[in-house]
Design a protein. Structure first.
Ligand code: UDX
Length: 439
């Protein structure tokens, strides 16, 4: 089976490369010629553990190729995946489907009869049928199938998530589409991965419902954390206590500075907009969006409070700028709200991140970067952890204390034991627990 993967963003690139690892012939297509050139030279445009090795192996095996030649890739393919971006549309927050529809038109013109067109981009309910209409309009009478196959991989563990998913969701309403997707995911049958085949609408909705549910779960534990702080509780203990209930589950119960990234903010906004449009408001999701936005600002206020009443001229060190560890992605990262809020209060902000500097530098003017996490502590009044990179967990807290001029730590990811930080001579404020002070 030959695959054309339209779009080499996160989802398209990882899925295309993983399908080639399964042994299929994959052509990944993008309009960005310099990106394609770099990919063909084995250079990976995103930081994703393990991806470079897979690209190299499958490129040299001749199963994987990168091209700007859309029409040839589509004309040779049995299955064409659409994995182009669906950003938030300005104004109403619905997903902007311009790129999906443009791809559909071009696919229609270039494809062979019998092609299966699979929408992998996250698209609002009804989009797959619209894509089918567009293709019929462009190529009246031609035989083809449309399917939906949302992707649930996470950045930072994308390869593992693609290769070992909890489930595969397929929206397919004819035998050809179902058979093609079952065949592509056959390597996962060995692991007994459930493959749910359902309608186009159900598949489209499943993706949004899954992401929104997880966003609600995170926001829920963040609000419980606020309550813990007021009444002397410890959110990590409460999260463990509820997470052991199988109906709840222990994952996505880490309280923190609010969710970010390329999916949750965009997908919750799109789902809320879709709900309003169809007269079925998603009030839990609407509230989640508002609470999460406010949470990022509250995090900045927390750091400002730790600086004391006079903030102008003070210095804050930040560990971690990416929206989560193991990625260089800063899209909708809490740091993008927290850093400017501190700067607006006259604070000089110094930061370290193992991977995100390149992405973040243009978005955070005035932020001073350090190549080493210890250097971030030099002469700062407050040290704040925003992203839980593993390498921060084992830092020598006494060394940090020696370098700081102040003595407050705000740990927004609970990566350190409060008692260890206090033993090093610093005040400690985690999330959802009682602050500890030295004196
Ligand atoms: C998410 C979904 O998990 C994935 O299924 C979908 O395909 C794309 O969106 P991703 O954006 O890569 O993946 O990140 P994820 O690991 O889910 O984290 C999202 C955000 O939630 C991050 O900002 C993270 O820090 C935050 N988070 C996650 C928490 O604050 N607490 C948690 O317990 C889990």
């Amino acid at each position: 089976m030959r695959i054309a993967m339209i779009g080499t963003g996160y989802v398209g690139l990882v899925s295309g490369v993983c399908f080639s690892e399964f042994g299929f012939d994959v052509a990944c297509v993008d309009i960005d010629a310099s990106k394609i050139e770099r990919l063909n030279a084995g250079e990976v445009p995103i930081y994703e553990p393990g991806l470079d090795g897979l690209i190299e192996r499958n490129l040299s095996a001749g199963r994987l190729s990168f091209t700007t030649d859309f029409d040839t890739a589509v004309a040779r393919a049995d299955v064409v995946f659409v994995a182009v971006g669906t950003p938030s549309r300005r104004g109403d927050g619905e997903a902007d489907l311009t790129y999906v529809y443009a791809a559909a038109r071009q696919i229609a013109k270039a494809m062979r009869p019998g092609t299966v067109v699979v929408i992998k981009s996250t698209v609002v309910v009804g989009t797959c049928r619209k894509v089918a209409e567009i293709i019929r309009e462009e190529r009246p009478g031609v035989d083809f199938s449309v399917a939906s196959n949302p992707e649930f991989l996470r950045e930072g563990s994308a390869i593992e998530d693609f290769m070992r998913p909890d489930r595969v969701v397929v929206g397919a309403e004819d035998e050809r589409a179902e058979a093609a997707l079952r065949r592509l995911y056959r390597p996962l049958y060995l692991r007994e991965t459930p493959i749910l085949v359902t309608s186009l609408e159900n598949a489209e909705l499943t993706k949004y419902a899954a992401n929104a549910f997880l966003a609600v779960k995170i926001t829920f534990i963040n609000e419980i954390a606020n309550l813990c702080e007021k009444v002397g509780g410890d959110v990590q203990k409460v999260a463990s206590g509820i997470g052991l209930d199988n109906r709840i589950g222990s994952k996505f119960l880490h309280a923190g500075p609010g969710f970010g990234g390329s999916c949750f903010p965009k997908d919750t906004t799109a789902l809320a907009a879709t709900g309003l449009k169809h007269g079925a408001p998603q009030r839990l999701v609407e509230t989640t969006i508002a609470v999460n936005e406010e949470r990022k600002r509250q995090m900045a206020e927390r750091v400002l409070a730790a600086l004391g009443p006079e903030t102008a001229g003070k210095r804050v060190g930040i560990l971690g700028i990416a929206f989560k560890p193991n990625t260089d992605d800063v899209r909708d990262a809490p740091s993008l709200v927290i850093v400017p809020a501190l700067q607006a209060a006259g604070v000089t902000v110094v930061a370290h991140d193992p991977e995100a500097r390149g992405q973040a530098e243009p978005l955070l003017p005035g932020l001073e970067w350090r190549a080493n996490p210890y250097d971030v502590a030099d002469e700062v009044d407050v040290l704040a952890v925003i992203t839980e990179w593993n390498t921060y967990r084992g830092l020598d807290l006494a060394e940090i204390a020696r370098r700081m001029r102040g003595h407050a730590v705000v740990d927004m990811r609970n990566i350190w034991q409060g008692s260890d930080v206090v033993a090093a001579g610093l005040d400690y404020q985690g999330i959802g627990k009682t602050p500890l002070s030295v004196g």
